[in-house]
Design a protein around this ligand. Sequence first.
Ligand code: GLU
Length: 422
Amino acid sequence: MSFYENTIKNMNKSAKIMKLDPETLQTLSSPQKTLIVSLPVRMDDGTLKVFEGFRVQHSELRGPFKGGFRYFPEVNLDEIKALATEMSFKCAVAGIPYGGGKGGVKCNAKEMSEGELERLTRRYVQAVYQIIGPNHDIPAPDMYTTPQMMAWFMDEYSRLVNKYQPGVVTGKPIEVGGSLGRGTATAQGGAYVLEEYMNQNNLKIEDHSVIIQGFGNAGMYAAEILHGMGFRILGVSDSKGGIYNEDGIDPFVVLKDKKEKGSVTKSDEGKACTNEELLEKKCDILVLAAMENQVTEKNADKVKAKIIVELANGPTSAEADEILAKKDVVIIPDILANSGGVTVSYFEWVQNQAGYYWPIEEIELKLKRIMVDGLNRILKFQDEHKCTMREGAYISAFDRLDKALKLRGSGAHLKCKVYLNK
Ligand code: GLU
């Protein structure tokens, strides 16, 4: 099953449980617009390389399309469609006034120089700028895209439209219109939800050990934040592999080792293992913060954790979901768990529109409220329909999307597919 098919399956399951209007399901089962572009970029060695790029706009029913863009060798249309769709549901779960979109370029950012990445990012903006904008479609960072790239993005877009437009993209550095708290937002939001869930179920932090897969923007900060809250971190991993130590590791030491030696696997804080092995190690909470399709029907049965927090998008396949549900594993689903990122993006955009910037205390307070409200609304639907938390999350989102569609009229999700270069 592809990532997009997986997303559609999640939608269908919840639609059935809540008896959703079939017209709403049909409407949301395909994106509004798909743009495929080709991006010629001059490389440092003088050669020309043509990259393939995408922007999928799934739905603007509840507000402008919103969602990051990623630089990754395996980027493809199916994946970007799935991620764009998830963004519509994520923003609806959080109750922030956005629809969903996603973009990406098929490239290996790790092997490209700073100059090459700048030229690629500016080319990407040149290719998509006519379909984006602060009130229409607002990109942001995702896998292997950074605040620096968002600064180039904003600069290029502002140049093309001949107007300073900080609100066209979020996740920018503070110096050029970014928001305090955006860098740590995905992890912080996940931590707020986990803490609230544990409080409601009388689970104690000191009794719970954690393994975190992924050491990027989400995973690295999750390790630091959860460690700071008093959780015992037993294992972490990056794209090269993981480390595990049943006595606990210090994520700050691991970060220092990764910076110096290139990978967490080089750290003496724990014993090296593969990424696959790490997922099967003993722990109470497994934080999936790497990428899609990590827990599947092949390894779901071997997962020992009792709680899974999905900081990545789509890390658990639909088949794995069923296996884990039978084992009574609680999954705090991606469209809730990682919605802190887009929520602080929303705060950044609001600050850009107002030209007035908030202190960190205000960001944290507002983020916590949105995360806790998002969880409680899902728990209410879960209780009503006796379903999993993922199903409850999709129901929570569908409820808002369905109301928006009914209020606006059935033409609101106008289908317009654009295929360039294909
Ligand atoms: N890429 C992040 C996500 O998948 C953030 C999106 C945004 O801030 O717009 O949620």
